[in-house]
Design a protein around this ligand. Structure first.
Ligand code: NAD
Length: 388
């Protein structure tokens, strides 16, 4: 299916390309973050925008005040560590400001922190990165206050907004591990930023032994279990751990993450990191997609053939997006307890429904989750209509 809107921007100063794709609009609105990644392509952003359409639909509950939006996404082909990245980002947002103001509700993604994009938006006269949604609400001032309050909550040194997505990934992994009867699981996580860091924290807190994590500087491993809180405390703004303060760890090549024997494999960094040639290296019993589009279709088919379930991205990492809207629409309180209770309940409902359908039909979790998203999308269309 073709996108509703695709923008390709070229930075007049550096020549870097940036992209916005609106896959679908619901009530004139789309939701989806912005990533900064050297090598990012229009095709990648298109796939991510389609994923956002699915995430929006998947969590639909007619009892919520939150009515799902359409899906959109942005990407800039720049290394987030490049000293010019901030200026490139500011010029990009300035250029696509009308779309941000009217349609595309955005936020952090790979290589971009929420506080950074908030600052850029504010400098351009946008009080938030979700102005288009606020414009549709009767109680926008109260919604703004709830969102600000939620982002001010710190949990163990990390902002709640940076935890909810990875908390959801951990919940998805734990639900599936329990269903598959995996006792005392071990886990390996690729990426230690917003999603990977929080997933590792909440897996460890649930008793999972996190034996290796990879960040952009390499692999950090301890087969007896890493001290995840110590790693989080040593992490910088790009999700890179300061090795000099670590004890009792083995350091390795970042691409060795796939070779570490474990039960739960959690890709939580870039897209396209597991291809068909990698499948034989994977010894895990479950792959839980914290990242968007980490597993290529042939790899997923081969894993399914071997009995390794892949919890798809638009199910496993759906909670960051949903949480924003539950807060904004007033379905939950801007607190840790209210946020985690809602995530627990919704992830349990979704994993149960999708896994039962997969068990009955022998199909992949992705195929079954796609069906749920499509059913929900139809229900949303019947309720509000799609403008596009
Ligand atoms: N942040 C969100 O709100 C959100 C929500 C849903 C899904 N996601 C997806 O989760 C994934 C991670 O996003 P994030 O926001 O956590 O990113 P982030 O920028 O916060 O963290 C990225 C992590 O990946 C590491 N990394 C970079 N290059 C690497 C490499 N070559 N090998 C191993 N690790 C490397 C970084 O060091 C960092 O630890 C992306 O696919 C993103 O689309 C993010």
């Amino acid at each position: 299916m073709s996108s509703l809107l695709e923008i390709t921007w070229t930075d007049p100063v550096t020549g870097c390309r940036g992209y916005v794709v609106i896959d679908t609009l619901v009530r004139g609105l789309a939701s989806g973050g912005l990533r900064l990644r050297k090598g990012c392509t229009l095709e990648e952003v298109r796939g991510l925008a389609q994923g956002m359409t699915r995430k929006e639909a998947l969590v639909y509950d007619p009892a919520d005040r939150y009515i799902p939006l359409g899906g959109g996404k942005g990407g800039i082909d720049v290394d987030p560590a490049d000293p010019q990245a901030h200026e490139v980002l500011a010029r990009f947002i300035a250029a696509v400001r009308p779309v941000v103001r009217e349609q595309w509700n955005t936020g952090e993604d790979f290589g971009l922190r929420q506080e950074t994009i908030d600052k850029v938006a504010a400098d351009l006269g946008l009080p938030s990165t979700v102005e288009a949604v606020f414009a549709t609400l009767d109680d926008a001032p109260a919604a703004r206050e709830r969102l600000a309050e939620a982002f001010a909550v710190m949990v163990g040194g990390v902002s709640l907004g940076d935890l909810v997505g990875g908390y959801g990934v951990a919940r998805a992994a734990l639900e599936m591990a329990a269903r598959e009867g995996i006792a005392e699981p071990t886990a390996v996580v690729q990426g230690f930023g917003s999603i990977g860091g929080a997933a590792a924290r909440y897996l460890a807190r649930a008793g999972v032994k996190v034996i290796a994590v990879a960040d952009r500087d390499g692999l950090i491993r301890n087969d007896a279990g890493l001290d995840v809180e110590a790693l989080l405390a040593a992490r910088d703004g790009l999700g890179v751990v300061d090795r000099s303060v670590l004890t009792d760890v083995e350091l390795g090549d970042r691409d060795a993450w796939l070779d570490v024997p474990c039960d739960l494999l959690v890709p939580a960094a870039m897209s396209y990191v597991i291809d068909a040639a990698d499948v034989d290296r994977i010894q895990a019993r479950l792959v839980v997609e914290g990242a968007n589009m980490p597993t290529l279709p042939e790899a997923e088919a081969a894993l399914h053939e071997r009995g390794v379930a892949v919890v798809p991205d638009f199910l496993a990492n759906v909670m960051t997006n949903a949480w924003w809207w539950w807060i904004v629409f007033g379905d939950i309180e801007p607190t840790e307890a209210s946020s985690f209770a809602k995530i627990d309940a919704v992830m349990h409902r979704l994993v149960t429904r999708v896994a039962e359908a997969a068990d009955e039909s022998g199909r992949t979790l992705r195929a079954c989750a796609l069906e749920v998203a499509a059913d929900n999308a139809r229900a949303v269309t019947e309720r509000v209509g799609i403008v596009g």
